[in-house]
Design a binder for this molecule. Structure first.
Ligand code: GLU
Length: 471
């Protein structure tokens, strides 16, 4: 049987990394099994959903490389399924449940609008006892009913691919709303109708939905639909082991994209939250992820989102990507910083110099500021080097040597440094560090002879003079 999975985001915010991880695992499973990956927009919460956020989700999914396979044809491209366009389907099935006595019209007044939105569950609703005449009377007085599911008080069991057998008691579930008074379907109801009609074989989603599953199972049974398999993926936690939230820093895929993380690094990193490759390898191309994805390697324990690991991984992908692409990706960051990027050859050489050291592309302007600006900003560690007596001697000798040349090449620079060493007797760190901080403002960075060449004669001269005046 063909595998059919779905990703069902609600367009009420930017794509969260946790949801992206869910999308990735669904997509990997679909590609691994040659199945279908379906995108469904769960936009029944009209007040909080927006088309703009929906577009943003598509953009982020496309950026991650997660293509979807099905949906109503929207001018040559598959549009996603949108729940707001399927309301009449939900209403039809609700009529069926009403006719079969499995659901009833409820006229209890929600206390607040919020209660209504959150499907307030009424433990003591007796509306199913109302006679037709009583119902008509209520309706005549202007009350619009909701459709409530009559929960059978039975034990509910299911086998979760990750958690094994899960048991819930129906006693603890009160009659819940299927259709609100405005005719809009609730999440637990619409999700069942859609998953069944879309012939979803595996529902792979966050563990936070495990408590919704019993309600959904009751609906499957009431509607006579066959069950998909469920896999609830453990939550993602922040460094302090609480649920990942804004307190822990960036949580949307978009913010990582804007900071200059590469999509392949994001996919690799997120896929390893709760899942691991049998090989133990961590750097995995998307082809390998597809080939190796397997539910048996999903762990039950919550995954901790480690930003340092993401930086390490992204740095690896940055080092291994092609320079032209890196330049293209770095350009917006340079432009945003106001740098003149008209000389693409120069920009490319600058990027090649920092490629090794980058963790994400937002770092580019700061790391390359000396190449685009007329001054150097010293870090506090750099200032400590400037304050040393030996540094002063190095600067003086360096400027003296510069007078003998017109142009700086890496070889020339090495010769100059050798001469400075000879004339001052200063060597090693005490020799190189002052020049490094004078030219770049920082004690760490790319190879100095290459940096010097890129800076050119005038800037080398100017920056070392400036450093001398700071000693
Ligand atoms: N719209 C739900 C969410 O974003 C989907 C849950 C599900 O996959 O069933 O959490």
């Amino acid at each position: 049987m063909e595998t059919r999975v779905r990703f069902a985001p609600s367009p009420t915010g930017y794509l969260h990394v946790g949801n992206a991880r869910t999308a990735i695992l669904n997509w990997l499973f679909a590609r691994h099994t040659n199945g279908k990956f379906i995108l469904r927009i769960e936009d029944t919460d009209v007040e909080r959903s927006s088309r703009q956020l929906e577009e943003a989700i598509y953009e982020d999914l496309r950026w991650l490389g997660l293509d979807w396979d099905e949906g109503p044809d929207k001018g040559g491209e598959y549009g996603p399924y949108r729940q707001s366009e399927r309301l009449s389907i939900y209403q039809d099935y609700a009529q069926r449940l009403l006719a079969e006595g499995k659901a009833y019209l409820c006229y209890c007044k929600p206390k607040t609008r919020k209660d209504e939105r959150q499907d307030v569950e009424k433990a003591h609703c007796n509306c199913y006892l109302l006679t037709e005449a009583e119902k008509r009377q209520k309706e005549a007085s202007g009350i619009k009913p909701v459709v409530r599911f009559r929960v059978p008080k039975e034990e509910i069991r299911f086998d979760d691919i990750v958690w094994g057998e899960v048991v819930f008691s129906g006693e603890n579930i009160s009659d819940f709303v299927l259709l609100r008074s405005d005719g809009v379907a609730t999440y637990n109801y619409a999700v069942v109708i859609d998953d069944a009609l879309m012939r979803i074989t595996h529902v792979i989603r966050g563990e936070d939905h495990i408590s919704n599953t019993p309600k959904q199972l009751l609906l499957y049974k009431a509607l006579g639909f066959s069950l998909p398999q469920f896999a609830h993926i453990p939550m993602i936690l922040g460094f302090d082991h609480t649920r990942l939230s804004k307190r822990h820093g960036a949580t949307s895929v978009r913010s990582y994209r804007e900071k200059g993380y590469l999509p392949e690094a994001m996919v690799n990193f997120l896929s390893l939250l709760s899942w691991s490759s049998e090989s133990g390898d961590e750097l995995l191309s998307v082809e390998r992820l597809i080939a190796e994805f397997d539910f048996s390697r999903i762990s039950k324990s919550a995954a901790v989102f480690n930003p340092e690991k993401l930086n390490w991984m992204n740095g690896w992908y940055i080092r291994h990507t092609n320079l032209d692409r890196l330049v293209r990706l770095a350009l917006p960051h340079l432009k945003k910083a106001g740098y003149d990027v008209s000389n693409l050859d120069f920009v490319t050489r600058v990027i090649s110099v920092v490629q090794e050291k980058l963790e994400f592309l937002e770092q580019v302007p700061e790391m390359t500021s000396m190449f685009f600006q007329d001054s150097v900003v010293y870090s506090s560690e750099a200032r400590e080097w400037l304050a040393k007596e030996s540094s002063r001697k190095v600067f003086q000798a360096f400027l003296q040597e510069l007078k003998q040349v017109q142009k700086i090449t890496p070889e020339k620079f090495r010769e100059i440094m050798k001469s400075v060493q000879k004339s001052t007797g200063i060597r090693g760190k005490e020799l190189w560090m002052p020049i490094r901080v004078a030219l770049t403002g920082r004690p760490h960075g790319p190879e100095l002879p290459v940096v010097a060449e890129l800076l050119g004669y005038d800037k080398c001269c100017k920056f070392v003079q400036k450093a001398l005046s700071e000693t």
